[in-house]
Design a binder for this molecule. Structure first.
Ligand code: ATR
Length: 281
């Protein structure tokens, strides 16, 4: 689609930014929906971040995604924050208002829940979930589960202090348990989420005994390189429902696209294959 004077503009801000899959993902939707718009990678060095964000309204940008290392730095630069961004302490999506104000959102939580629902029909209300990890991704996921009404969210992490800080910060149904209590925590759990980097290319696999999980449990790995992790292979081998990590990446992009370009895009098998082609290239 060629651009006109009315083209709607958005992009992803990072340093570096070349690793980001977002231009490919949003580009697919722009083409598919025939929208007069563009989504561009914006490599912004740390000492220019403030200027770049202030410049978005002047340049006519509808907004931007924030990627590494700016998700936390963007908190202060926004004029308002949605409850998810405030609780999680990170902004991954900025929407420029009609008045030029920057609204910061965190769509990772929504993306996580939407993907889990689409791929497995899992609804968190009243459920018992175990989240492995205590980094940024674990924080978004634990908050999402609590916000969706989970009865219990147990955070298990190699460094127990980080899990304790996370549970204390978010409160509600969250509790922190040490790695040695994992088997105990899995007994009776409806959902296990790997939000550590274990299982990622170049990292050791996540080695967890899944036998305490009930037959109806869902296992969701947020690692997507590779897509078929050892954890998911083992879970599938036990007949459990599995959800891979690509869907969260795709679903977290929906709310931003909707606000910038005015249409709600769909996460379809065609989109998955298109993004996957690039991941495996
Ligand atoms: P992100 O913000 O992307 O989630 P992060 O803050 O680096 O990334 O978090 C990575 C998670 O993977 C952490 O929970 C980390 O555990 P620690 O808090 O103990 O560091 C977990 N992790 C990474 N390598 C690990 C390993 N070899 N064994 C167990 N956990 C590991």
């Amino acid at each position: 689609m060629s651009l006109t004077g009315q083209s709607r503009l958005a992009g992803v801000i990072g340093w570096p930014v070349s690793h980001s899959r977002s231009p490919r993902l949003h580009g697919f939707w722009l083409d598919e929906l025939g929208i007069d718009g563009a989504y561009v990678p914006l490599a912004v060095p740390p000492d220019r971040l403030g200027d770049a964000l202030k410049g978005l309204p002047a340049l006519g940008f509808r907004g931007a995604n924030m990627t590494v290392p700016y998700k936390t730095a963007a908190l202060d630069a926004c004029d308002s924050l949605d409850p998810a961004a405030r609780a999680i302490g990170a902004v991954n999506t900025i929407v420029v208002g009609e008045d030029g104000m920057l609204a910061g959102m965190n769509t990772d939580a929504m993306g996580f829940l939407a993907n889990l629902d689409q791929e497995s029909g899992f609804r968190a209300a009243g459920k018992n979930a175990v989240v492995l990890g205590a980094g940024g991704a674990a924080r978004a996921i634990a908050w999402a589960l609590a916000d969706a009404g989970a009865a219990r969210v147990t955070v298990v992490n190699r460094t127990p202090e980080r899990a304790e800080v996370l549970a204390a910060d978010l409160g509600g149904p969250l509790t922190a348990r040490p790695w040695t209590a994992l088997a105990d925590s899995l007994a009776g759990a409806d959902l296990l989420v790997n939000a550590t980097s274990l299982g990622m290319q170049g990292k050791p696999p996540l080695d967890v005994d899944l036998s305490p999980l009930g037959a109806d449990a869902v296992v969701n790995d947020i690692v997507y390189t590779p897509l078929k992790t050892e954890l998911l292979r083992q879970a599938r081998g036990r007949g459990l429902t599995v959800v891979d990590g690509l869907g969260m990446l795709l679903h977290q992009a929906v709310p931003g696209f909707e606000r910038w370009f005015g249409v709600t895009p769909k996460v379809t098998p065609a989109l998955r294959s298109f993004v996957l082609e690039d991941l495996t290239a």
